[in-house]
Every structure is written in structure tokens, then in C-alpha cells.
Design a protein around this ligand. Structure first.
Ligand code: GLA
Length: 414
């Protein structure tokens, strides 16, 4: 974890005066339930013992000046007209400021950011930044936000950067409890802490490939968001179910016949032909906060739906396995999740496959890619005694880094 004391000292050196407060927002590792959140289906992530720290001092001039220890270029953004150009992390700050437009509009801030989370890696450095900024700024402007409203604001800010994120990352970063995973449901919204039993440890390992959400991953991710909506619309049509608004697979997942009907879906389908077939408005399928989607582009909807519906079931079984201390079962489910993400969801890479396989071979109960995929990190569940072996195997497979992560609490302010 970052020590806030040197960060405060660095702030004083840079801005000439102490910060009013420091927000510490952890990264996250999803244990299981991948690419289900934006379908309205459950997830089971943990917050980890690595974080992004945001030191803030409020000012009265309506200008936000932000410096990051990880990047040379400072951001200087007028609150009246947030400018989203420049470096990727500036866009997240601008997104947060746009969402906070109505909060203390005349005020500004000086900000210093530091992080020990790997950037662009699937451990949610972007959500840690967004949540940390939103928590720190609202507290410094005397309108503090926490819990679900904070998570929702950070998620909306990130969608402005172009990835139609489902909300898992921001929720676990705000709501996690030390020593627990967080089961999150979306339809209807609910969270519950799930204790991590003694004797279970987690290791994360880099694939060696960057997966920046604000960059190349954006289009591939959004294609899956729309692809699952197409599948949901078609399944609802086949099952005679009415769904209002955006079609989500979560609206049909509880119907027994849905899993069977998945195999009746077309292999690929465009949003336009789905809208025609189901007599629905195509906008319900393709509308994204800040990105364009080509409604004539075909997506492999059958395979996407197969992954999402099977993954949602695995979340339930994994939660029960955790509660019962059945680590072998948990590991099996993680392996199945990885296979489904590789074969049906097509978001693994050879390096992720390699590092997951190496960790299993070294004695992990199970291993899978974590986060959106397309590169980034894999997570393994193992016994505490196996941690060193699993780390060594991961480093031998991809060059690392690989390290143990400890289930930690959500964002805090001091
Ligand atoms: C990214 C998104 C999350 C979630 C995962 C995939 O991390 O931000 O909302 O969709 O991908 O499970």
C-alpha cells in the first residue's frame, strides 16, 4: 500500500501547503462473474491491498490542477468547461468533473495522485482513480459522497470516457470489507459481503500485454455489451417475455428454458436485424454513453449468451463453495470460467492462457483471467503454502510481475 505520509510531503512540496485530505481507493480482482455485470447478472470481486491515493486541497478559483507521480504531464481543467484531451488519466478526471458539475461549481482543487496499481492491467486502476478522485473532491468541497451513490457517479464518469462499464469495479472499490469478497447483484441491486475462509490465498499475474480500457479494448468490450443485448432481445422474443428499455440477459436468465433456447439463437446477428426481427427500436440495442456502434455489424450472439448465462450460474455455485470452504470446487469453477471466456467470449489471449495454466500446474486450485481480458492479469486461488510456487510459475511463464493480493476494504479518507 502507498504510505500517505510521503504523499502529503510531496503535495506540500509541489503546491506549497498541506492537502486537506487523502482518499485511498483500492484496485479490484474479480474472483468470478466476468462480463456479467452489464447484463444485470451477479459478480464476486474483492478489493485488494494495492491502491490509488488522491491528495486534495480545495481552492476557490474553479480550476482543477492535477499531477500524478506516474505521469509527467499535469492536468489543468476549468470546471466550467472540462477538457478531455491530453493523457488518458486526464480524461477520467474530466469525466469525474463533468459528473460533479453541480457540486460546489465555483470551487477548484489542487490534486496529487500516486498509485501502486499496475496501469492498464485488469486490476481496475481506472476505476480506483475515478472513485478516488470523486471521493476526495466531494469531501474537499464539503459535499461528501460515499457508498452506492459514489460508485454510480464514478461509473457514469468512466462511461463518458467511452467504455460502457457495468459498474462492478466501482461498487467493490467503494463497498468492500476487509477479508471479504463482495457479491453484487444488479437486478434488483443488492450487495453482500462473503467471508474469505482461512486457508485460501489469491495470486495475480500479468500476462505481459496491456489492456487499456480507454484504448484498444474499448471497441471489443462495447461489442460484447451490444452483442449480449441482441441475444437478450432475441431470447425474450422467443420466450414471449416483454422487456422494457435496454434488453439485458439478466431479464431472461431466471427462466429455465432460456439456457436451452440459447442454442436456437443465430450464430451471429447484427443489432439492426435483431431489431427488425423483434420489432424493436434499434437504439435500445446500440445506444452507448460516449461511443458509436455500427448497427449493421454482426456479433457472435449465441456464444456470448452461452458464456454469460453459464457464468452467472457459476457465481452462485462459487459463493456456496466459498461459504463451505470447498476450495477444489471454487478452483474448478474458476477454470471453467476461463475456458468459457476463451472459447465463447473470445476475450482471452495466448499469454493469459499460458499464465493461468502455469499457475494451475504449480498447485493452484484454479486460475482464470480477471477483468475485461484481452490482456491484463490472471488470478489464481491457492493455499497460502502454494503462494511462492504459484508466483514463480507465473513469472516463468510470462516474465511477471506476479504477487499475492489480500482481500481489503473499500475507499477510505484520512
Ligand atoms: C471491466 C468493466 C467491468 C466488467 C469487467 C468484465 O472491468 O469495467 O464493469 O464488465 O470488465 O467483467
Amino acid at each position: 500500500m502507498i504510505d500517505p505520509a510521503p504523499l502529503r510531503a510531496a503535495f506540500s512540496e509541489r503546491f506549497g501547503g498541506a492537502p486537506a485530505l487523502v482518499a485511498t481507493a483500492p484496485g479490484r480482482v474479480n474472483l468470478i462473474g466476468e462480463h456479467t455485470d452489464y447484463c444485470g447478472l451477479p459478480v464476486l470481486p474483492i478489493a485488494i491491498d494495492r491502491a490509488t491515493c488522491v491528495a486534495v486541497r480545495p481552492t476557490g478559483d474553479g480550476i482543477v490542477t492535477a499531477v500524478s507521480k506516474q505521469s509527467p504531464r499535469e492536468a489543468r481543467i476549468a470546471r466550467r468547461a472540462p477538457d478531455r484531451q491530453h493523457e488518458p488519466w486526464h480524461r477520467y478526471l474530466a469525466g469525474v468533473l463533468e459528473e460533479l458539475a453541480a457540486v460546489a461549481p465555483g470551487r477548484g482543487a489542487d490534486i496529487l495522485v500516486d498509485s501502486d496499481l499496475p496501469m492498464s492491467g485488469g486490476l481496475s486502476s481506472s476505476s480506483a482513480l475515478s472513485v478516488g478522485l470523486a471521493a476526495a473532491l466531494t469531501a474537499a468541497w464539503d459535499e461528501p459522497l460515499s457508498g452506492e451513490p459514489l460508485a454510480q457517479l464514478a461509473a457514469a464518469a468512466e462511461r463518458r470516457v467511452g467504455v460502457e462499464t457495468g459498474g462492478m469495479d466501482q461498487l467493490v472499490i467503494t463497498m468492500a470489507e476487509p477479508g471479504h469478497a463482495l457479491r453484487i447483484d444488479f437486478l434488483p441491486p443488492a450487495t453482500r459481503a462473503v467471508a474469505i475462509p482461512e486457508g485460501l490465498a489469491f495470486v495475480v499475474a500479468a500476462s505481459g500485454e496491456d489492456a487499456p480500457k480507454g484504448g484498444a479494448v474499448r471497441e471489443a468490450y462495447n461489442e460484447r455489451v451490444v452483442g449480449t443485448r441482441i441475444a437478450a432481445l432475441m431470447l425474450a422474443d422467443m420466450l414471449g417475455v416483454d422487456i422494457e428499455g435496454t434488453p439485458l440477459l439478466g431479464a431472461v436468465a431466471g427462466i429455465d428454458a432460456a439456457v436451452v433456447m440459447v442454442e436456437e439463437l443465430p450464430v451471429t446477428m447484427s443489432a439492426r436485424s435483431a431489431a427488425n426481427a423483434a420489432e424493436a427500436n434499434v437504439e435500445r440495442l446500440v445506444s452507448l454513453t460516449a461511443a458509436h456502434y455500427d448497427s449493421s455489424k454482426k456479433a457472435p450472439v449465441r456464444a456470448y449468451a452461452r458464456h454469460v448465462l453459464s457464468e452467472a450460474e457459476r457465481v452462485d455455485v462459487a459463493e456456496a463453495a466459498l461459504a463451505g470452504g470447498d476450495f477444489a470446487r471454487l478452483g474448478e469453477l474458476m477454470n471453467q470460467s476461463h475456458d468459457s471466456l476463451r472459447q465463447d467470449y473470445k476475450c482471452s489471449t495466448p499469454a493469459l492462457d499460458r499464465v493461468a495454466a502455469a499457475m494451475r500446474k504449480a498447485g493452484a486450485f484454479g486460475a482464470r483471467l480477471t477483468g475485461a481480458g484481452f490482456g491484463g492479469y490472471a488470478v489464481a486461488a491457492c493455499s497460502p503454502e502454494a503462494v511462492e510456487r504459484v508466483i514463480e510459475a507465473a513469472v516463468a511463464a510470462t516474465g511477471g510481475p506476479a504477487f499475492r493480493v489480500v482481500p481489503s476494504g473499500g475507499v477510505s479518507i484520512e
